[in-house]
Ligand binder design. Structure first.
Ligand code: ADP
Length: 222
C-alpha cells in the first residue's frame, strides 16, 4: 500500500509521516518512509534544490510545465527504488508525492488552463513515467498564515541556505496551493482531509497523528 501525505509547506507532513511510520512499526506492520523531493539523493532532486533556492529565477519566472518536469523526473529517477520498497514493505509512506506537483504547479494557473496543466502533469507522471498511484492520500489542511508560523520553526535544510525557500516565503502562493489541494481532495476518492487547525489554533501533533492512524487503520482493514 502506498500512502501519500500531502499538504502545503509547514503543514506537518514530515512530522506526521514519521509518526505514522512509528505507529505502523509498533503494530508490527512492515513499513518504510520515502520523502520527495529526494533533494540530495537524485540528480533531479539536487536541481529542484537549486530551483527552490531561486537560482533559475523567481517562482513565476519558471514555466510550471518545466518546474513540474523536474519534480516528476525526481520520482522517475527514484522509480526502481520506490517499486523495490513497495515490494519489500507492506506500507510505503510518501512524504509528498505526485499530488504535490498537481497542487503546486496547478496553483500557478487558473480555470481551464489549470485543468490542462494538471492533466499534462498526470500524463507525465502516470502516463509517460508510469509511476504507481497512491492507494490513500492524506491531506494535512492548514491555512497558509499558520503554516508560515510552523515554517519559521523548521531546522536548517540542506538544499537551501534561506530560512524559507522561494515557495515557503510566498503566503499568497501557499494559500492558492491550499485551495487547489482542497479542490483535488473533494474530487478524488481515496483522499482524506485531516484538519491541522481548530478554531484558528494549531492542533496538537498527537491529536493529528491519532486521526491519521484511524484513517490508515480503516483503509488497511477494508
Ligand atoms: P512539512 O513537512 O509539512 O513542511 P514539518 O513536519 O516539517 O512540516 O513541520 C514544520 C515545523 O512545525 C516543524 O518544526 C515541526 O516540528 C512543527 N510542527 C509540525 N506539526 C506541528 C503541530 N501540530 N504543532 C506544533 N508544531 C508542529
Amino acid at each position: 500500500m502506498l500512502i501519500a501525505i500531502e499538504g502545503i509547506d509547514g503543514s506537518g507532513k514530515g512530522t506526521q509521516a514519521k509518526l505514522l511510520l512509528d505507529r505502523l512499526l509498533a503494530a508490527n506492520v512492515s513499513a518504510a518512509l520515502v520523502s520527495f523531493p529526494r533533494y540530495s539523493l537524485t540528480h533531479f532532486g539536487r536541481t529542484i534544490g537549486r530551483f527552490l533556492n531561486g537560482e533559475f529565477g523567481a517562482l513565476n519566472d519558471v514555466d510550471p510545465h518545466l518546474a513540474a518536469t523536474l519534480y516528476a523526473s525526481d520520482r522517475f529517477e527514484s522509480k526502481s527504488f520506490l517499486l523495490e520498497q513497495l515490494q519489500q514493505f507492506e506500507v510505503v509512506i510518501c512524504d509528498r508525492y505526485v499530488a504535490s506537483n498537481t497542487a503546486h504547479q496547478g496553483a500557478k494557473r487558473n480555470g481551464a488552463e489549470r485543468r490542462a496543466l494538471q492533466d499534462w502533469i498526470a500524463q507525465t507522471e502516470y502516463g509517460v513515467f508510469a509511476l504507481p498511484r497512491a492507494d490513500l492520500t492524506i491531506l494535512l489542511d492548514l491555512s497558509a498564515e499558520l503554516a508560515q508560523s510552523l515554517i519559521a520553526k523548521k531546522a536548517q535544510r540542506d538544499y537551501t541556505d534561506k530560512k524559507a525557500d522561494i515557495q515557503e516565503a510566498d503566503v499568497s502562493y501557499l494559500s492558492s496551493v491550499r485551495e487547489v489541494y482542497l479542490d483535488v481532495a473533494a474530487a478524488e476518492v481515496n483522499w482524506q482531509r485531516v484538519p491541522v487547525e481548530l478554531d484558528g489554533q494549531i492542533r496538537s501533533i498527537d491529536d493529528i497523528s491519532h486521526d491519521i492512524w484511524r484513517i490508515v487503520s480503516l483503509k488497511r482493514g477494508s
